[in-house]
Design a protein around this ligand. Structure first.
Ligand SMILES: NC(=O)C1=CN([C@@H]2O[C@H](COP(=O)(O)OP(=O)(O)OC[C@H]3O[C@@H](n4cnc5c(N)ncnc54)[C@H](OP(=O)(O)O)[C@@H]3O)[C@@H](O)[C@H]2O)C=CC1
Ligand SMILES: O=C(O)CCC(=O)C(=O)O
Length: 417
């Protein structure tokens, strides 16, 4: 039966409810966690290159700050909407809880296709958004970062505009900045690296040799391209890749460096000469591989395609790629799903390291940062695996159980319930 349109905020709420029930928390815990504490909607007027003025709608959702300041990326995409931003901010709260970084959850977004803007228009929009949310954010209040459609340059403009709005030079108010402007080494690579480390450890658990495995990747932006690089460096063979424009196949495994270079230059993978053949991009999800890395957007693994998935492991680089119905199907099929709030937590983990370095006005080497990231994520993976075995639940429920407990304990100590 075809799945109805899936509202990702309802998905996030149900995931939280399921874990609260499993933990047996007091009803007040879900009552507090089911909605973001604050959601801001702004209209950002931007002078376009042709002299007209266009107003863009933006959001910032602050889900929960019991553990620490709100934290989470800013998405520039034409499909951004308030419910999506609310869901993404909810997932951030529990993602931070999973890896134990001292933050709550936040997320922002602007309804825009950034590829249709000139560089000047993109800068004016980024500055306008930063000005609009400046009263609600701060180094110790709410710390945005990059997500789909934004990058280090956008963060640098936003820091500069925040300073103009508040008079305060506070580089730690945004993370994911360029390394030459208060960014951290290994942040750009962090999310994709983490997705692969988690797939590697899941493979160990089920006795699948990662260095003999075949891999399919959906999405070839920041997360997908670095996931490809690290999976290749660990000996995995990336045979299928898809972005918004095409699905590409190479039976011998892609030259991931050449593909990344091509995608950077052409802003898509279609036409890459190193592919043997092209296939419809949707089919990447059901490709005959050992490991699937969804690294694009929400609701990609659905009730329609989940039954045909052949991979033994799914490590979720994207936020919310799997619908609730699909999750049940994967569970029944015995597929190990490393949930988004663990698999893609490398981004916020290294954002945390960037923030710490900013506050200390100090910097660590690439190797130091990546080692700290790996240690933190591997510990979270093992703790969640143990919890999963103890309670007979899947990794997603176990991850929420661990995280909700941390947030609930902080709320209790603060006297919120
Ligand atoms: N950046 C980060 O640090 C973090 C990101 N994430 C999550 O990872 C995911 C990807 O983010 P990021 O890599 O930063 O974003 P990017 O904007 O860098 O890349 C997004 C990629 O997804 C592709 N894509 C979009 N829609 C589809 C589709 N229908 N089918 C196939 N590919 C598609 C895009 O293709 P095209 O360009 O052709 O549209 C692009 O390759 C998001 O869910 C994000 O929230 C999670 C944690 C941290
Ligand atoms: O780096 C961060 O602070 C958050 C990244 C993000 O938006 C995410 O993990 O979804």
């Amino acid at each position: 039966m075809a799945e109805k349109h899936v509202n990702v905020f309802e998905t996030a709420q149900k995931q939280v409810k399921q874990a609260c029930d499993k933990l047996g928390t007091e009803p007040a815990v879900y009552e507090v966690l089911k909605n973001p504490m604050r959601v801001l909607e702004v209209a950002i007027p931007v002078k376009m290159d042709d002299g007209t003025v266009k107003s863009f709608i933006g959001y910032r959702s602050q889900h929960n700050d019991a553990v620490g300041p709100f934290k989470g990326g800013v998405r520039f995409h034409q499909d951004v909407n308030m419910d999506e931003v609310k869901a993404l901010s909810t997932w951030m709260t529990f993602k931070c809880g999973v890896v134990g970084v001292p933050y709550g959850g936040g997320k922002g977004g602007v309804v825009v296709n950034p590829f249709e803007l000139s560089q000047g228009e993109l800068e004016r929009l980024s500055r306008g958004y930063s000005r609009a949310i400046a009263p609600l954010i701060g180094e110790k209040i709410d710390i945005p970062a990059p997500d789909v459609g934004t990058n280090g340059q956008v963060m640098a403009w936003m820091v500069d505009e925040y300073q103009k709005a508040t008079g305060e030079f506070a580089p730690g108010v945004y993370t994911g900045k360029p390394v030459d402007f208060y960014g951290s080494l290994a942040r750009t690579e962090a999310t994709g690296f983490g997705v692969v480390i988690m797939a590697r450890d899941a493979a160990k658990k089920i006795g699948l040799p990662f260095d003999k495995s075949t891999i399919a990747i959906q999405g070839f932006g920041n997360v997908g391209s670095f996931a490809a690089k690290y999976a290749h460096e660990l000996g995995g063979k990336i045979v299928a890749v898809a972005d918004h424009t095409a699905g590409l196949y190479n039976s011998k495994g892609f030259d991931v460096y050449a593909l990344a270079e091509y995608a950077k230059e052409n802003k898509c993978i279609k036409g890459f000469p190193g592919a043997e053949s092209e296939f419809p991009k949707e089919e990447v999800i059901t490709f005959d591989v050992d490991i699937l890395l969804p690294c694009a957007l929400e609701n990609q693994i659905t009730a329609e395609n989940a039954g045909n998935i052949k991979a033994k492991i799914v490590s979720e680089g994207a936020n919310g790629p799997t619908t609730l119905e699909a999750d049940e199907i994967l569970n029944e099929k015995g597929i190990v799903v490393v949930p988004d709030i663990l698999a893609n937590a490398g981004g916020v983990t290294v954002s945390y390291f960037e923030w710490v370095q900013n506050l200390m006005r100090y910097s660590w080497t690439f190797e130091e940062v990546q080692e700290k990231q790996e240690n933190l994520m591997v510990k979270a993976f093992n703790d969640i695996w143990t919890l999963k075995e103890e309670h007979g639940v899947n990794m997603r429920v176990a991850a929420y159980m661990m995280s909700i407990k941390r947030v609930a304990d902080a709320m209790k100590l603060r006297g919120w319930y």
